[in-house]
Design a protein around this ligand. Structure first.
Ligand SMILES: Cc1cc2nc3c(=O)[nH]c(=O)nc-3n(C[C@H](O)[C@H](O)[C@H](O)COP(=O)(O)OP(=O)(O)OC[C@H]3O[C@@H](n4cnc5c(N)ncnc54)[C@H](O)[C@@H]3O)c2cc1C
Length: 409
């Protein structure tokens, strides 16, 4: 009898799981339930392309016909309400149910809700879905002063999209600098200065506690009582995996659904991949990780062993006519030391983080040729055999790296 797999969620992890299953098994029955009414699309472009054409067709990962051609039953606008691992069934919000032999949880994450004291919630938005983007677009045309809460990639990309459309933008970040986990003080200051040059007000170390207004948003208040003029708020303050459908099940979860290197949960016929999954204490939150995990899960679900090797996280920002790259561990801790180069006033900065003779992280502003080389070195865990490393400049180090053959881990 044909085995049946059900996939909860129709995002990028689901797409890559489906592709991997079909590569190995042309017969397995595949059913995908997606809460959103759209075929899987490029979610990561929402903030970059917020002000472009938001027609579904322009955003799809695969053409709609692909699913039919590969015999994938994809049900959109169908939310799974819960699962029953003993009976091997999923229950849908509309009251119907469906049974599986193997289940993949690929139901992603949601934006963490904004914690405000009290006040107005009208004109307060977040951006996670294409529907959110359309709502924001519809409303933003009537607005002129936008407050972006959250100084991470999403918040800054959204700020750039709005700023390029003549909106007056303020960005507020609770951490001490923009991209608090991916940049150091210098890199963050370069980015901040650049944003200010485009007319954006940037407030770091600041928390918004209240949004006020009678019928709509008229302004916001920070923890120190400062008032910010705005008529619309968009927040991006982190994500949290969607675990609600696992209530009353014994599927183990902490921050996300716990999986092993095959993406298998503690229940042998249930797998998880993408933003919902937690592997060795880490939840992903990145497109590339969701793709790889989906592929690994799909292979294993169709009986072909595949192992997930954790990827070094990469953040790339292209905004305010600046390219910012951060990869790996950029924390100034313990035995880490770094090689730095800054061309003051040129918006060019490179800092390479080295621990135990290996390059473990890098920040590069303005020179993508450097970031590509460093990415390769970090991913390969290459050991540096250089006695004079403490004396070396960024330029000399990169020159040497270019000549070193890349070793596979
Ligand atoms: C605005 C924005 C910008 C981003 N920019 C970047 C970037 O520059 N680089 C990067 O690497 N990453 C970026 N990301 C993150 C990246 O998009 C995610 O890591 C990736 O989409 C995760 O894929 P996923 O398939 O695990 O989950 P998702 O893409 O979240 O897909 C999960 C799907 O499951 C559905 N679902 C949830 N619950 C249920 C249910 N109960 N029943 C049925 N369906 C359900 C959801 O509606 C959703 O459609 C960005 C994300 C956003 C929102």
């Amino acid at each position: 009898m044909r085995k049946k797999v059900i996939i909860v969620g129709a995002g990028v992890a689901a797409v890559h799981a489906v592709k991997a299953i079909r590569e190995h098994d042309p017969d397995m029955e595949i059913t995908v339930y997606g809460e959103e009414p759209f075929y899987p699309y490029y979610r990561l472009k929402l903030s970059k392309n917020l002000m472009t054409d938001l027609a579904e067709e322009k955003w799809l990962i695969l053409k709609k016909e692909w699913y039919e051609a590969h015999r994938v039953n994809i049900f959109l606008g169908r939310k799974v309400a819960g699962i029953d691992p003993e009976r091997q069934t999923v229950r849908l919000v509309d009251g119907s149910s469906d049974t599986y032999d193997v289940l993949l949880l690929a139901n992603g994450a949601s934006n963490r809700p904004l914690q405000l004291k009290t006040g107005c919630t009208a004109d307060v938005y977040t951006l996670r879905t294409l529907a959110d983007a359309r709502r924001i677009r519809e409303r933003v045309s009537e607005k002129s002063r936008i407050l972006n809460i959250g100084g991470g990639v999403q918040g800054i990309e959204t700020a750039w999209a709005l700023c390029s459309h003549q909106k007056k933008v303020t960005v507020v970040e609770i951490g001490p600098r923009l991209f608090p986990n991916q940049l150091d003080d210098t890199a963050s200051a370069i980015l901040k200065k650049r944003m200010e040059a485009f007319g954006v007000q940037v407030l770091t170390g600041t928390q918004v506690t209240e949004v006020y207004g009678e019928r709509g948003c008229e302004g916001a208040v920070t923890g120190s009582g400062k008032r910010i003029d705005c008529d619309m708020v968009i927040y991006a303050t982190g994500i949290r995996p969607n675990l609600d459908i696992l209530e009353e099940t014994s599927v183990k979860r902490e921050r996300g659904v716990l999986v092993d290197e095959r993406m298998q949960t503690n229940i042998p016929n249930i797998y998880a991949a993408g933003d919902v999954a937690e592997y060795t204490g880490q939840t992903g939150g990145l497109w590339g990780i969701a793709m790889t995990q989906g592929k690994v899960a799909g292979s294993n679900m169709s009986g072909y062993l595949a192992v997930y090797r954790p990827q070094v996280p990469v953040t790339v920002l292209n905004a305010f006519q600046l390219t910012v790259f951060s990869m790996g561990s950029v924390a100034e801790e313990g035995d880490t030391w770094s090689v730095v180069e800054e061309e003051s006033g040129q918006n060019r900065y490179t800092r390479i983080f080295i621990r135990q003779n290996r390059i473990v992280g890098a920040i590069v502003i303005g020179d993508l040729t450097r970031s590509n080389l460093l990415k390769r070195m970090i991913e390969n865990g290459m050991e540096l055999d250089m006695a004079d490393l403490a004396e070396i400049s960024v330029g000399r180090l990169l020159e040497r790296l270019q000549r070193v053959p890349v070793l596979q881990r």
